[in-house]
Design a protein around this ligand. Structure first.
Ligand SMILES: *Cc1c(COP(=O)(O)O)cnc(C)c1O
Length: 359
């Protein structure tokens, strides 16, 4: 007899991680090019000596530090094993069989997977010019809608939603539907008109803002992210769905060390390097003849389309980069996402892009 598994698994889309190829430059997973700051590595080593003990299951000290940083009550803060885990916990906490979860598409590829695992129905609302179509997303709300993800900046297109559109959207969504503002890339936003979700917490009781230590803070391998809910009922519900001890003590200690003022300062300098490079790469790509949308994240997007319009074919383009020693992240049906690396890495990518344009 074959084992009985849930039928939903057979239809599950697979999460495709960016590939690591020995010797090649990896610009495929939106990681930072640099390792954690030296004092963070030191903290990690110190805490590792106590690894025979279970961690603080609810990351109390880290939660308190984050509450302090954002000026909220610590009950509103929830720490997770990466913010992708918090995304999944939010689906578990809000939606069941027959309920609907809305998100833009294409957006973070984990959304459809965690929704399908949960058994809820995914409602994908197409992007418009590589941006979330918030009017269409609020129009898609039904009495079955339980959760909406707004990824801002959007992964993989790097685009942002204008502040006025976001507030109009939040005004339109019923206040009993939880809205997740997934701000995994918030630290890379340089456009002052883009609203910071944490400034909306006092206005919209149904929102939760998700952030992560994986991107700007450079701790992707440690798995730690957090959510700040307007209403502690939401953060408490997320806590209820957590696997016990999901966030390791090492991750908690490393994240805490990143929040020290000197560390924040050094990390902000790294982020500034990335955003300067991002803008340079965007400008160069346009000179070469591509048409990437504006990005406010640590990556850029090249969409599929006719060469005459600056478009590419994702699979061909990614293969061409790989032949030249650069790994980017293709989405066969829609385009290629390229993480901003160090200046020499970006130069190498740009030379690939130049050669591939000439082919
Ligand atoms: C990277 C990413 C996350 C979360 O990453 P974690 O490593 O799980 O914290 C969440 N949302 C989006 C859109 C991302 O790109």
């Amino acid at each position: 007899m074959t084992v009985r598994l849930r039928a939903t698994l057979a239809a599950l889309p697979a999460y495709v991680p960016g590939r690591t190829v020995p010797g090649a430059i990896k610009l495929a997973s939106n990681e930072t090019a640099y390792g954690p700051l030296p004092h963070v590595v030191q903290r990690i080593t110190e805490v590792a000596a106590d690894a025979n003990r279970y961690p603080d299951s609810f990351s109390t000290e880290l939660g308190a530090a984050l509450a302090d940083k954002f000026g909220v009550d610590s009950a509103q803060v929830v720490v997770g094993c990466g913010s992708v885990s918090l995304c999944q916990q939010l689906v578990l906490a809000t939606a069941g069989e027959g309920d609907e979860v809305i998100f833009g598409w294409r957006s973070f590829e984990a959304y459809p997977i965690i929704t399908a695992i949960d058994g809820a129905s995914a409602v994908r609302v197409g992007l418009r010019e590589d941006r979330h179509d918030l009017a269409a997303m609020s129009a898609a709300v039904t009495d079955r809608t339980r959760l909406i993800f707004v990824c801002n900046p959007n992964n993989p297109t790097g685009t942002v939603v204008p502040g006025t559109d976001l507030t109009a959207f939040l005004d339109a969504v019923p206040s009993d539907v939880v809205v997740v503002l997934d701000e995994a890339y918030r630290e890379f936003v340089t456009d002052a008109s883009v609203l910071d979700g944490t400034t909306l917490l006092s206005r919209y009781p149904n929102i939760i803002v998700l952030r992560t230590f994986s991107k700007a803070y450079g701790l992707a391998g440690l798995r730690v992210g957090y959510g700040i809910a307007a209403d502690a009922a939401v953060s408490n519900a997320v806590r209820q769905t957590q696997v016990p001890f999901a966030v390791t003590q090492i991750a908690q200690a490393a994240a805490l060390a990143c929040l020290e003022p000197e560390a924040e300062h050094q990390l902000a300098e790294r982020v500034a390097e990335v955003t300067t490079e991002r803008d340079r790469v965007l400008a160069e790509l346009r000179v070469i003849g591509y048409a990437p949308p504006e990005s406010q994240a640590n990556f850029v997007w090249l969409g599929n389309g006719p060469v005459a319009d600056g478009g590419i074919d994702a699979v061909t383009f990614a293969a061409g980069c790989e032949d030249r020693g650069v790994i980017v992240r293709p989405f066969a049906d829609s385009g290629v996402r390229v993480t901003i690396g160090t200046e020499p890495e970006n130069d190498k990518f740009l030379s690939c892009a130049r050669e591939l344009r000439a082919v």
